[in-house]
Design a protein around this ligand. Structure first.
Ligand SMILES: NC(=O)c1ccc[n+]([C@@H]2O[C@H](COP(=O)([O-])OP(=O)(O)OC[C@H]3O[C@@H](n4cnc5c(N)ncnc54)[C@H](O)[C@@H]3O)[C@@H](O)[C@H]2O)c1
Length: 231
């Protein structure tokens, strides 16, 4: 089976009802991202940050995977699929996708503020006073702006092995995630799905752009890949 690597961003979950950043003027659900997604924001107002992610966690239980998530999961028998997502939601997993790497962390996990390897599953609210096993305050397991991206090397390794690359719903503004596309093997097919695609077509020799929302773009992708499999 060919290796299909899929890079997804906030646009992947837009049709599930989770807002993207860029479509909301750089706000995340109405909040300035530096207030809620940076170490500075955490030191400035921990309660605000905890409350923000508590709300996001609650929202997750009210939304469902959309058609694009489901169609990708259904491709699994035909390709070996690795999904590298910038999203912190769990909609890929809930649609049945097996190999999902979260580059920017996960809403349903928390971690110690003093030891990043102490990570716990968490479904309820996180509060001041909730501590890890060594007694330090817990924080959301989210990679904030300015922080290292611990899963980056693994993501690069997967991207290098791609026979086909699919990019869905990302503005390609957040680094190092946006740089992953440059690690692919020469001339492999790239499919880029985004209603406002921000990619320079001239930099890639074999790119197909579907300037559409994720569900329509993934439907076309699946048709195209099925046609190729039959040839
Ligand atoms: N669902 C989530 O987990 C979530 C939501 C908001 C922000 N974030 C975080 O924000 C950062 C933002 O970077 P980003 O590039 O992922 O998002 P972004 O907000 O910068 O860009 C979103 C992209 O999605 C596209 N888009 C909008 N509606 C779409 C649709 N229906 N189908 C397909 N594409 C659509 C937009 O045109 C845009 O290019 C990420 O690091 C991510 O962790 C995550």
């Amino acid at each position: 089976m060919k290796n299909l690597v899929v890079l997804t961003g906030a646009g992947m979950s837009a049709e599930s009802g989770i807002q993207t950043f860029r479509d909301a003027d750089g706000l995340w659900e109405g909040y300035d991202v530096m207030e809620v997604a940076s170490p500075q924001g955490w030191y400035k107002n921990r309660e605000l940050v905890l409350d923000f992610y508590n709300q996001r966690r609650k929202q997750l239980f009210a939304v469902k995977p959309n058609k694009a998530h489901l169609l990708l999961a259904q491709l699994q028998g035909k390709f070996h699929i690795d999904i590298i997502t910038q999203n912190v939601d769990d909609l890929h997993e809930r649609s049945g996708s097996k190999n999902v790497l979260h580059l920017h962390g996960e809403l349903l996990k928390v971690r110690s503020t003093t030891n990043e390897n102490l990570i716990y599953s968490w479904t309820g609210d996180l509060k001041t006073g909730d501590k890890c096993e060594t007694g330090s305050q817990l924080r959301p397991h989210i990679v904030w702006f300015g922080e290292a991206v611990p899963m980056l090397d693994k993501a690069i390794e997967l991207t290098k092995k791609a026979d086909i690359l699919v990019v869905i719903g990302t503005s390609m503004q957040v680094y190092p995630a946006a740089s992953l596309i440059h690690y692919i093997k020469d001339n492999i097919p790239i499919y880029f799905i985004d209603p406002k695609p921000s990619i320079n077509q001239n930099n890639f020799s074999n790119i197909t752009i579907y300037a559409e929302k994720a569900s329509d773009g993934v439907e076309k992708l699946v048709q195209n890949l099925n046609n190729e499999l039959m040839c």
